[in-house]
Design a protein. Structure first.
Length: 625
């Protein structure tokens, strides 16, 4: 026991100090955490600087490329294709550098980070799209432009080499497709969560690409159908209709002078000339669309003068083609319509033309101009010809002489090609140049554009309104009528949009028009309208599936005739104006389901379109509406 007692304290004594002498070693963990945090901060800092530098590279290069585009446009406009090509190469270098910056591995990795990634991804798509547009769009287009000789592209008496245009078609089509793909990619980006510095440039680029895409696709379509329509694969004949705006019809004016335009491998010639009156009455009457016959009567299938009571030019052109072929036995491949205002645009480019052929000897003695210019062609054809020439046959002779000389100037290559193309383009935009082809594939392309004159289909915006005028006087008094047309966006009702169509008309004829103007101009009361007074059937179209709620004249409700055409609501009001009188007619359309900006199409008249169509107004609505 003693041994055990002695040993216990000793053991205990030795154990206690041993425990007490154990000291905790300092931990390295905080130091490691600090170290890693420092490393991460450094990495993020360096990455941020790197991304910032790349973003700066992208911005600087894209801004420089954007500034160079205006230079390219100027060089192309002046015909300096060589310099334009060099400038495009500079643009391409800039967009390539921007693309390389966003395809950097660090940038690509950072694009996967939440919030930051969406912004970097948007910048990436903008840079890639810019490079695609420069490489696949601008470069081939400038090369194609340099290969085309614009002075020889227009049809002429000796013929035009259409081969360059045909060979250029594939490049233009490819460029349009590339730009369309870029525009589609950018349109899919959700900009709602992007920072303003990214969202605004994205919106700007989208808008620019949308315009470029539309222009390129139009050029691609033209390059595909124009050669054949100009006779590249065989002669083509078109019925040329000159609409007379002094007697209104929905698409412009009563068909007056007629002629055959022939194209053979780019060679232009004017063939048989005639008039709508000489075509005579169709018996039996041509079959027409029942909806349009209900609105415009069977006259659209009975008289050449009335085929365009309907604003739908494909319908009018089909009837005109059938009437011409029934009368003459001559097949035509399509119908082209122009008016005197368009002729003034052409004369601006060609310069004056002489109208002094031997067939005009009887007309010369009546004091008609023997030279037509940009300034006098409209009043001459729409007024002087009726005030100075009483015989309708001599009027037709004069019209035929004018058409012959103007198109002779075109076929002889008189004037600058670009100026003529600019005039034709302006005419098409204003509805003064209309084209219809009997070839289905060509017409399907034409139908995509306003030049088709369609009231439904791909060329018609979803929220389009239309206001069309048809003479009810049976005379040439529309030369004296001045009109304005305006859309007024009303406050929504029952969850639908409402729009008012306001049409103001003034008869500017002299107070004594009944005696001071020729009977052929006033109508002489032949159709129940007092001489000097103008009667017009005003036709208003709304967007598809909408309703015509009511109509007013000078604020007072007035009856109207409701119809339906191509699923669009139609309202017709007959209006009379005495000399000096002004009236304002308003149609209110409701139940409009379309939420896009409204568009307005109007019959082209003697007035410039910019003076007729006024800016859209918006009513002031309560916030709850």
């Amino acid at each position: 026991m003693a041994e055990d007692v002695d040993s216990y304290p000793d053991n205990s004594y030795q154990q206690i100090p041993a425990r007490a002498s154990r000291r905790k070693k300092p931990s390295n963990r905080p130091r490691i955490i600090v170290l890693w945090c420092s490393v991460l901060i450094l990495i993020f800092g360096v990455t941020g600087l790197w991304l910032g530098a790349k973003a700066m590279t992208v911005r600087e290069n894209l801004e420089s490329a954007s500034k160079l585009i205006s230079t390219v446009k100027q060089e192309v406009a002046t015909g300096d294709s060589e310099r334009a090509g060099q400038t495009v190469e500079s643009v391409r270098a800039k967009t390539s550098a921007a693309r390389a910056a966003v395809e950097d591995p660090i940038w690509t990795l950072a694009s996967t980070v939440p919030l930051l990634g969406a912004n970097l991804g948007a910048i990436t798509e903008v840079a890639r799209s810019a490079d695609d547009v420069a490489t696949l769009g601008m470069q081939p287009l400038v090369r194609v432009y340099g290969s085309l000789h614009w002075e020889s592209l227009l049809p002429s008496r000796v013929g035009t080499d259409l081969a360059p245009l045909e060979s250029a078609s594939s490049s233009v089509v490819s460029a349009a497709r590339a730009v369309r793909l870029s525009e589609n990619r950018l349109s899919k980006i959700d900009a709602t969560g992007l920072v303003p510095q990214v969202a605004q440039p994205l919106t700007d680029v989208r808008n620019q690409l949308r315009e470029v895409t539309s222009a390129l696709e139009a050029a691609a379509d033209v390059s595909q159908i124009a050669p054949d329509m100009l006779g590249a694969k065989g002669p083509r004949k078109y019925l040329l209709v000159i609409q007379n705006n002094s007697e209104a019809r929905a698409s412009g004016g009563i068909p007056g002078a007629l002629a055959i335009l022939a194209f053979d491998n780019g060679k232009l010639s004017l063939g048989t000339q005639s008039s709508a009156g000489e075509v005579g009455t169709m018996n039996p009457v041509l079959p027409v669309d029942p909806q349009q016959q209900q609105i415009y009567s069977a006259r659209i299938g009975k008289y050449m003068q009335d085929v365009n009571l309907t604003p739908d030019f494909p319908t009018a052109a089909t009837s005109a083609q059938s009437m011409w072929e029934r009368k003459t036995g001559q097949h035509v491949d399509g119908v082209i319509s122009v008016d005197p205002v368009l002729l003034s645009y052409i004369l601006k480019a060609t310069g004056p033309v002489a109208v002094n052929g031997p067939e005009l000897a009887a007309v010369k003695a009546l004091g008609m101009p023997t030279e037509l210019t940009e300034g006098n062609v409209v009043p001459t054809l729409l007024n002087y010809v009726y005030s100075k020439i009483e015989q309708p046959k001599l009027q037709d002779v004069y019209f035929a002489g004018v058409a012959k000389e103007v198109f002779s100037a075109l076929s002889e290559g008189k004037g600058e090609a670009k100026g003529i193309l600019a005039g034709l383009t302006q005419g098409a935009e204003e509805g003064r140049l209309l084209v219809w082809s009997s070839t289905t594939t060509e017409q399907s392309v034409i139908a995509k554009y306003p030049v088709s004159g369609s009231i439904s289909g791909p060329s018609v915006p979803p929220a389009q309104f239309g206001v069309y005028f048809n003479d009810g006087t049976g005379a040439k008094m529309d030369y004296y009528v001045k009109r304005t047309v305006q859309l007024v966006k009303e406050c929504p009702a029952d969850g639908y949009q409402q729009t008012k169509v306001r049409v103001s008309s003034t008869n500017t004829a002299p107070a004594d028009a009944a005696v001071s103007l020729p009977v052929y101009v006033t109508g002489g009361g032949a159709f129940g309208v007092a001489p000097g007074t103008v009667q017009t059937n005003i036709v208003a179209y709304g967007p598809a599936q909408a309703n015509v709620e009511f109509a007013t004249v000078d604020g007072q409700k007035t009856p109207f005739a409701p119809y339906l055409h191509a699923n669009r609501p139609v309202a017709v009001v007959a209006q009379q104006l005495a000399p000096g009188e002004t009236k304002t007619l308003e149609f209110t359309f409701g139940k409009i389901a379309q939420h896009t900006e409204p568009d307005l199409a109007v019959t082209p008249t003697v007035q410039h379109v910019k003076d007729v169509i006024l800016p859209t107004e918006s009513a002031t609505c309560d916030q709850g509406q």
